[in-house]
Write a protein that binds this ligand. Structure first.
Ligand code: HEM
Length: 500
């Protein structure tokens, strides 16, 4: 009654809850997408709920996505929310531990290599360089996948059962570290780096939104790991300089040769912290996506077979080593990534602090500065308004001729046509597309095209070697674990494999 009587009519409706501090934390935390959809039915696209004592306003639908993700810098801010978690894990002076203008410059200049990888519409990008960089990554990623399968004891023999997410996490880190950071860094993952990154990961638990500062055992290990990993990167940079080894394609080399706008070189500690940030940003999202891809393939052996046939038909029965150019000849292989990200986008909630009261367009509501804003583009990506039979995972829907083709594909607007420059090159504004697994606006992902290439190569190599199925032979797929900040498969997620 209190909540109804004291509801400010200019603020969005409040999701009903019994206890003021707990609010809806538990129902939200158990299944965020269900929580959004249930409350959307009751309250509409814009509503507020209490998350760990904090009023959190959700804006759904394509307009809601646009309202938050394209929010003006004077209105919304990401660093106030994220830096509690990311600051101690990445280290100082990068990403959210600096003013947004510096991040934009980092994304443009210091991430210029990432931009170049991205084939994205950046004014600064040289297509030849992009293609050249990617050309070198495809064989690196292929080799890492095949040598992993050869040496992994869980893939010995002709068939078996394996908990697949753990394997995909290892494959992701070996492929990303080798391609983005170089072989010398990759080799250190066999020694110390894997354990250290594991300790860093513990800094990313939801509880650290509150307790990031506390001298608790996992935070002490996080801090020790951060210092040790940063030192490994800095020592490697010194070794490369001493060897005169500064002409590689990897991102670390590029940053060592890069400068700020004002001509200052990028300090080594910032390069080291950036390496941690990029590897971790990519690791969580790509490894959970690749695990979902494998689980979906196990639930649909017929589609896994189609993928194999696609490679044989496009590349020849002897299946020669994959090249970057080959990826474009495998549309179903590409669609697997798109369709998996549609239903399993690893980042289910994107948050912003509110810096000025924000009127919500098309409503009478004003979001006050003591609220947090939450965007969930996964809701539009599984909305039947745009995607026929939205809960059905079927990569063939991305073919324009398919009866399941989303309206955006029929109209050829997979991404928003409208482009905008937030200071790091042109990116899609994201105001009309319901499909935004990589976000939109100034904080949009710069790793999208790297992740796409990485996931396509991993999928193609796995399809060459294995047939997967569910252990019980069914077509079902395992549920999602939302306990960490990323949506990943519940554990254990076993599948049956058989060598081709
Ligand atoms: C930002 C998704 C892979 C680096 C983002 C955002 C999303 C996202 C949704 C926006 C976050 C926000 O607005 O708060 C994904 C997905 C991936 C992926 C689904 C893989 C399937 C990668 C990789 C890298 C990377 C491989 C690095 C090589 C970044 C960076 C940002 C970002 C640097 C920008 C942060 C900012 O400006 O605030 N990503 N990402 N991501 N991602 Fe990714």
């Amino acid at each position: 009654l209190n909540q109804i009587l004291f509801q400010n009519p200019n603020e969005p409706p409040m999701v009903f809850h019994w206890f003021p501090l707990v609010g809806s934390t538990i129902t939200y935390g158990m299944d965020p997408p269900k929580f959004f959809k249930d409350n959307r039915k009751k309250y509409g696209d814009v509503f507020t709920f209490v998350l760990l004592g904090k009023k959190t306003t959700v804006a759904l639908g394509t307009q809601g996505n646009d309202f938050i993700l394209n929010g003006k810098i004077r209105d919304v801010n990401a660093e106030d929310i994220y830096n509690k978690l990311t600051g101690p894990v990445f280290g100082s002076d990068v990403v959210y531990d600096c003013p947004n203008a510096k991040l934009m410059e980092q994304k443009k200049r210091r991430f210029q290599v990432a931009d170049r990888y991205s084939l994205g519409p950046s004014q600064f990008m040289k297509v030849a360089l992009t293609t050249e960089a990617f050309r070198s990554y495809v064989p690196i990623i292929s080799d890492e996948v095949t040598s992993y399968i050869k040496r992994c004891p869980d893939f010995k023999g002709e068939s078996g059962i394996v908990d697949i997410p753990a394997k995909m996490a290892e494959i992701t880190i070996f492929t990303a570290s080798h391609a983005l950071q170089g072989k010398d860094i990759r080799d250190k993952f066999d020694e110390t780096l894997a354990d250290l990154y594991h300790d860093l990961d513990m800094g990313f638990s939801a509880i650290n939104f509150q307790l990031h500062w506390a001298p608790l055992p996992w935070n002490n290990r996080r801090d020790h790991a951060q210092r040790t990993v940063a030192k490994i990167y800095m020592d490697t940079m010194a070794e490369r300089r001493a060897r005169g080894d500064t002409g590689k394609q990897d991102m670390m080399t590029h940053l060592m040769n890069a400068q700020y706008k004002d001509g200052r070189p990028v300090p080594d500690h910032e390069i080291a912290h950036m390496m941690i940030a990029l590897l971790m940003a990519g690791q969580h999202s790509s490894s959970s996506t690749s695990a979902w891809i494998m689980l979906r393939l196990a639930s649909r052996p017929d589609i896994m077979e189609m993928l194999y046939r696609e490679q044989v038909e496009a590349l020849g029965a002897d299946l020669p080593p994959l090249t970057y150019e080959d990826l474009a000849k495998l549309p179903l292989n590409q669609a697997i990534i798109k369709e998996t990200l549609r239903l399993h986008a690893p980042i289910h909630s994107i948050m912003r602090a509110v810096k000025q009261p924000m009127p919500v367009p098309g409503t009478k509501y004003v979001v006050p500065t003591n609220h947090i804003l939450l965007s969930a583009p996964g809701v539009t990506a599984s909305d039947e308004q745009y995607f026929p039979e939205p809960d059905l995972w079927d990569p063939r829907r991305w073919d324009k001729e398919s009866p399941l083709a989303p309206t955006i594909v029929r109209n050829e607007i997979i991404e928003d046509d409208e482009k905008i420059d937030y200071g790091y090159g042109l990116v899609s504004k994201g105001s009309t597309s319901p499909y935004l697994p990589f976000g939109a606006g100034r904080h949009r992902c710069i790793g999208e095209h790297f992740a796409n290439a990485q996931l396509q190569v991993i999928t193609a190599e796995i399809v060459r070697q294995f047939k997967f199925s569910n252990v019980d032979g069914s077509n079902s797929v395992i549920g999602t674990d939302y306990a960490s900040l990323f949506s990943r498969p519940l554990s254990p997620a076993n599948i049956r494999w058989e060598k081709r």
